[in-house]
Design a protein around this ligand. Sequence first.
Ligand code: ATP
Length: 494
Amino acid sequence: MIGSVGVIFGETGSHTFKFMVTDPALRRTDYVKVWHSTDGWVLCQVMSMTRSEGADNKDRVIASVTVIGVRDQQGLLRAPMTPFRPGDRVYKAEEELIVETLGLSDGGAYLGLLDGTDIPVTVDRNKLIQKHCSILAMTGSGKSYTAAVIIEEMMEKGVPLLIIDPHGEYATLKEPNDDADMGALAEKFGVEPQGYKNVTIYTPGNKKLCGYADRPLRLNGVNLKPKEIIEYVPSELNNTEIGLIYEAVNALRNDGIDYTIKDVLREIGSSHSAMKWGVYNKLEPLLEAEFLSDRPTPLTELFARGRTSIVDMKGIGPDVQQAIVAKLLDNLFEARKAGQVPPGMVVVEEAHNFCPEKGFAKTVSGDVLRAIASEGRKFGLGLLIISQRPAKVDKNVLSQCNTQIIMRVTNPNDIRAITKSLEGISSELEEEIKRLPPGVALFVSPDIPRAVMVQVRVRKSRHGGASKEISDEADKEDKPPAGGSLFKRLFGKA
Ligand SMILES: Nc1ncnc2c1ncn2[C@@H]1O[C@H](COP(=O)(O)OP(=O)(O)OP(=O)(O)O)[C@@H](O)[C@H]1O
């Protein structure tokens, strides 16, 4: 029959088989179909290919295939009850069969194209919020690029977004993509360059730290509880020092007037304890920490329909970043529970620093992120968790992310962490993850019966990427060489 790409041979199973390839254009990951006498056309996917020399000295290409299945009358995906026959012919699957069998719908947030096809892959925005999403990949493989694609798609529907941006990577959402390859990529993916106006960049510092910020981010610095003060202190405090803070705050509370960190320091200064100067020194940086204020930024301004707020923490130390995130998200979650802010999404870049796995570090922001991960869905507060070190992210948080976007990862511990949080990932897919080119993601969603490979669409806004001075030296080693046409890297054409 015309159009066949090969013929099944040898032992066939219900879920796998091999076929002798007759079409030289066939490639790994291609979708194929085989006619089954009781089920009709069954969708399958080429997982690997081998080439060897046959007895006639000619090339023999053999493809190993996984059976995806067929939709039954109830719309459920199932594999045929009997295996295919050796001698059955294999054909390229047409788009319609792929879309129907994989259950790809055309509404929702447009992520990109099913790899090797022109079929759009979308994801339901509500489910992204209700069930959380993670983007896991080693550095340089397109994490923040893909996150920005999701952010763009959410922004276009006015979903409130709060972006925790430790390195100042997301400010360029405001500008249209001016990449030299944009023309060809825009046509391929059917998108137009666009900058987003409703993006506000907040800095917890000042214009010196973040010159391009639109507004300062201020958190409440009045009448802080001892526990809150302790969380903001950048250095470790011993028990005596903690006791001194409690004593000072209790004394101020007894006076019944509003107090600030300055008052707490004054009170500590008047103590008779020999330890007072030690704790004084540790608390003093909070006087200069501009993010504590008697006029905090209202949450209703930060998290509102049609608005995207970037908390740009460039230049701020990791401990202070964690304290800011802890307080901000705590306030946001409480406000959401009380219905004071609408449902929306929180984007957490470098999540391993804000909710680390036990044994790696302990941070003040871990508790609130765990709480949002496990309860956020009830209140319509979604997380987009992004990390280049999946093994270092709290596994309770990761396991709550029902939509997973996995890009290239080579570190064995990170691969193990990913496969642990994914059900039924095959060893072929593990191998695939190690070899994914930049911009290609393994997409796992509760709406799609199996993981699919997606060529992530081009960004509409300009891609910024991390600024050089703060990028992690260790991570640099993993980076693929820069330069060259991206279009060429992605599609092999100039
Ligand atoms: N889908 C895509 N389409 C076009 N270009 C892409 C795509 N994904 C990634 N890239 C390119 O790959 C490069 C690396 O992407 P990105 O900055 O998102 O990596 P990263 O994993 O976030 O790295 P880092 O950890 O250094 O921030 C970028 O320069 C970007 O231009």
